[in-house]
Design a protein around this ligand. Sequence first.
Ligand code: FCB
Length: 471
Amino acid sequence: MSFPEDFVWGAAAAAYQIEGAAREDGRGPCVWDRLCRRDGAIWGGHTGDVACDHYHRYREDVELMRWIGLKAYRLSISWPRVLPDGAGAVNPMGVDFYDRLVDELLAAGVTPYVTLFHWDFPLALYERGGWLNRESAEWFAEYAKVVADRLSDRVGHWLTLNEPQVFVSLGHFEGVHAPGDKLTMKQALQVGHHALLGHGKAVQAVRAAARGPCQIGFAPVAVVKTPATDTREDIEAARRSMFAANDETLFNNSWWMDPPLWGRYPEDGLAVYGSSAPQVRDGDMEAICQPLDFFGVNVYSGQTVRAGTDGPETVPLEVGGRMTAMRWAVAPQVLRWGPTFLHERYHLPIHITENGMSNVDWVSLDGRVHDPQRIDFLWRYLLELGKAIGSGVDVRGYFHWSILDNFEWAEGYRERFGLIYVDYPTQRRIPKDSAAWYREVIASNGRTLFDPGACGTPGSGQTTGRESESA
Ligand code: FCB
């Protein structure tokens, strides 16, 4: 078993989580700036004001990406940095930043994958109704055009929305993410409909503006169901369960994936949401359903399912089973079955646009950051991804979340997801053991996963040679 020769080994981050410089060079406020000021909204009262100061330290960060050997880096653009009011006047200093960042990445041999919306919605447009206002779809498309006009001569890979399920549900229904609203289910589904419409219009805008070859996808999170055994019955139960939209939560796959790919909401979702279903105008579904070049998907955890007498049954978590620091179950098979089921259903090449774990990392007395759990996690997950590829699933890339420790939304800086440790008071970067390990995986195009000796012994005592830099 081997990874395809041109496999895209990458890592990801998002603007609000790493950039900082929240009030510099003309950036407008976003809904996260506002939520971070609400008492009790964010763990420790943290904010993204400074974050990893990537806005000023991007050169050093790209140099670290080069050292790891990343083939690609998934970044997101801050909408209000480019358009401080969300629409209208462009902020030249904001666009310049992404210009420089893209140039720096290309010079380092790292291909940029650009996400247009990773949750930092412009506050000015929120005050005009946000995603609940149908015009939001047009605002988003205009913004997409501005970005594509400026970057598409060098950027060929685009993602529209990051995890619509999460910003609609946690941000607009449960109110724990920005903008912090607790709308009704009907309103939340309308927010989702406008965001999907924005996705479709942004795809059209990027294609129309593109000055070079372009590939476009989106990045929903997959709620993955894995079969308890490899029997045909359990596999079928997992597949059915993975694409069911039959409970009243917003966390499912098909409600968010079928419209962009198939041009319709799933029947079971329409039935379960009933009178809360969104208002859909003539032509909306056609606008949402634009041809896509790849299927980006964020995959973290999942549930095990088996065939029961009355349909699919969820298998309870093993007592004392593996968990990340954030208490997400470690479920490596999601990287086998997630892409397998998605590829079967939607027939697009797959990119894993996020996968990773929060770990309890700190700087040891030897000055290094040892994160054996992350190495083990990554190893187990990538082996399962290899199984999907081995069985013929067209997986083209893998982006580890995240390149750096960063602002983990409502959890603030408590959770560390990075391959690179960030000491926030000094902004010093320290590549963790996992970064050195991933470097060998990349250098061997995945061979060290199957033959640990191929490049030394992963995870045991390598030095990166960079620990003392970047103080
Ligand atoms: C995903 C988000 C990403 C990060 C990871 C841990 O839901 O897209 O920004 O927070 O989870």
